[in-house]
Design a protein around this ligand. Sequence first.
Ligand SMILES: [Zn+2]
Length: 411
Amino acid sequence: MTANRLTLVFFVDALGWEVARKLDCFRDIAPYSYRQRTVLGYSCAAQPTILTGLMPDEHGHWGMFYRTERSDMRALRSLRFLPKTISTHRRFRGPLLKYHRKRTGFTGYYSLYRIPFHLFGKFDLIEKRDIYAPGAFASGAKSIFDHLADGGVPYRVWTWKDELNEGFAEFEAAIRNDRELRFALHYTPYIDAFLHGHIGDDKAVAGAVALIEKKIVRVVELARETRGDVNVVIFSDHGMAETTAEHDVMSVVTALGLGQGSDYHVFYDSTMARFWFESPRARDAITDALKKLDYGTVLSDDDLRREGVLFDDRRFGELIFLMNPTKLIVPSYMGGSAPRGMHGFSPEHKDSYAMLASSFAVDPEPTHIRDSFRVMMQAAGLPSEAGTPGTRDDPDDLGGATSGGNQEAAA
Ligand SMILES: [Zn+2]
């Protein structure tokens, strides 16, 4: 690595391999492109994998919410008696989230979605700290930001907390003014949000991707003019599949007549239902009912182990029911209606695959999103052996947020 090299990393959430390939994105600035398998789950699992080079059962983050009897979210339980028309309304939940972030000091990404408030006594948030800063993981797993900090590499980062235009403007200013800068990562949720509403509308998708591409190209060209020696890495965490059907799994489970909260616990994500059981009777009844459904699969421990999401304490679920690709759980705790596009299906489905593009050939070729970590480390001139798995394994150890917390979210 030359001493003056600048590495530019652009993380475009949900710009999957299929869409990026079809639109032939980033050809001029990052001509080497690779298809990457994603992890089972959502961005809250995939992003830690990208940033640490580790699988969820190593870095400790899988679902956004995990089962515990000592939830740091339990204060929200006091809202459980609110009428549903208010408690599920966006204009109520938006300001409430803002207030909750301020109150708790949680700096990680989360939302309250449509999760029933009484569940916050039994479920807690896994990403309490900003994963785009050092020291984010209760497991002790080290991210690219820990390595940059340890290595004394001057870096900047823009995340979901930054507005799109302001973030890119600051990025350009940093390139112009900060001669010490060696590494910069820009994350944007713009394409993810857009594809949830527009996947399948090829013209609209092409327009949205072109908008982001233009901003990225501008930063890269500016960097090449002012700094000369520039590495470019662009990647995503997963793709987006067009919704074809919605299924009311909640009613299937409720019809069994078991007590939610007494016989079993459940968390309904948009493509997965995760269960915990208080009795063998509940386990058998629910497992049998789910196995009869032809639109999803009860995952075996072997499936979970293979995907790197089998946790010894089962904090993310004792039984996982995964919907078949393009089919959604509606209603779920994520929403009351089906968006046009969704992710979080089998990583094997073609629309699940992520992409990585680089200005240099990567050897060995990246094939999995965890390889994005190695590519960033190599580009930044840091030792790029595999990531460091965590040692402590109890997410409850994390407690509240870190001292520097309390950054206000744009979400
Ligand atoms: Zn998304």
